[in-house]
Design a protein around this ligand. Structure first.
Ligand SMILES: [Zn+2]
Length: 325
């Protein structure tokens, strides 16, 4: 390209292959200047627009990444919180379980006490039932297995909650048992004592014997006679106690016995109380062991205030001292 003679026009020479003619193109000078400028401008525009586009894309990508990051952080926080909740629940449960174990131990001691009481006094049938109840057990060392099924966090939380509820329920049950067992034991002892058919309770305050069971000289006739019971001295009005639980089958008086009471005991024995000053029970009454049934006296064939006490086994009079404590 070179300048032409005309001031406002320029000639472009297009050189092609050697054997071909040179081609001349006349163009105006402003056009020659405008074209490169326009090209320059459009290239710059393209570059700027590309830069802007890539800028947008990058910032969109950055936004997306930031959002994803936030989501991940939220998930991780949730997981951490869930783990912390589980851990604290497990800690609480283990504490409760420790407490329950201690209380189970106490209940177990009470049960053992009840068991030994029943073994001592109760029927063998009942004792068998109790021991079979307390011998229920399981052993982790024996065969165990099954399919592995993964558990979701939420299920574990629910399980922990349920376990916690169960513990509360067990704890309440134990409260009740712990409260009841000593009372039951006490009642059982009292019941055993009061329904015991063996006349073993000493029937008066005084323990001074004035006449023993067996042959003696009769205080009225001076002749040999059989004394079918024991005479215990005392003061008129002293309480007379039932030697064992039973039913009053006689509460009356005659010339020889004076005011007298006969108690029929559940195991077939009878206890007889004579020469009373006052009778406090009626025929048909149920009495407990140790209950006051009368006042000591001097009624009937008696030389002074005393209680004549007999025990009858079947239809045979036996020595009361072999029964009394
Ligand atoms: Zn007598």
């Amino acid at each position: 390209m070179r300048s032409a003679s005309l001031p406002h026009r320029m000639t472009l020479l297009v050189l092609r292959e050697a054997n071909q003619p040179v081609k001349q193109i006349q163009v105006s000078k402003p056009f020659v200047i405008a074209v490169p400028i326009a090209a320059l401008l459009s290239i710059s525009g393209l570059i700027i627009s590309l830069q802007m586009q890539s800028g947008h894309t990058i910032s969109r990508l950055e936004d997306t990444l930031r959002l994803q990051n936030l989501k991940f952080e939220a998930i991780v926080t949730d997981k951490n919180e869930a783990i912390e909740r589980l851990q604290s629940q497990v800690i609480t449960l283990s504490g409760q379980s420790k407490e329950l174990m201690d209380r189970m131990e106490r209940v177990s001691e009470l049960e053992a006490e009840l068991q030994s009481f029943i073994d001592k006094y109760g029927s063998k049938g009942d004792a068998g039932k109790l021991s079979s109840l307390s011998s229920l057990s399981w052993d982790e060392s024996l065969g165990r297995g099954g399919e592995f099924i993964a558990v979701h966090d939420q299920e574990i939380e629910e399980l922990a909650q349920e376990t916690s509820d169960d513990f509360l329920e067990i704890s309440a049950m134990l409260d009740e048992i712990e409260k009841n067992v000593p009372t039951t034991l006490q009642k059982a002892k009292q019941t055993q004592y009061s329904i015991s058919g063996t006349p073993s309770e000493w029937p008066t305050l005084s323990t001074r014997l004035t006449s023993n069971f067996g042959y003696r000289t009769d205080p009225f006739t001076g002749k040999a006679a059989f004394h079918a019971g024991i005479d215990i001295s005392g003061k008129i009005g002293d309480p007379v106690y039932a030697a064992a639980a039973g039913k009053i089958i006689a509460a009356e008086s005659n010339r020889s016995r004076g005011k007298y009471i006969i108690i029929q005991h559940p195991n077939g024995l009878q206890s007889w109380y004579m020469h009373l000053s006052e009778i406090k029970v009626s025929e048909g009454d149920a009495v407990k062991k140790g209950q006051t049934i009368a006042k000591l006296g001097n009624s009937g064939r008696s030389t002074g205030p005393h209680l004549h006490f007999e025990i009858v086994k079947g239809d045979k009079k036996v020595n009361p001292l072999s029964y009394l404590q």
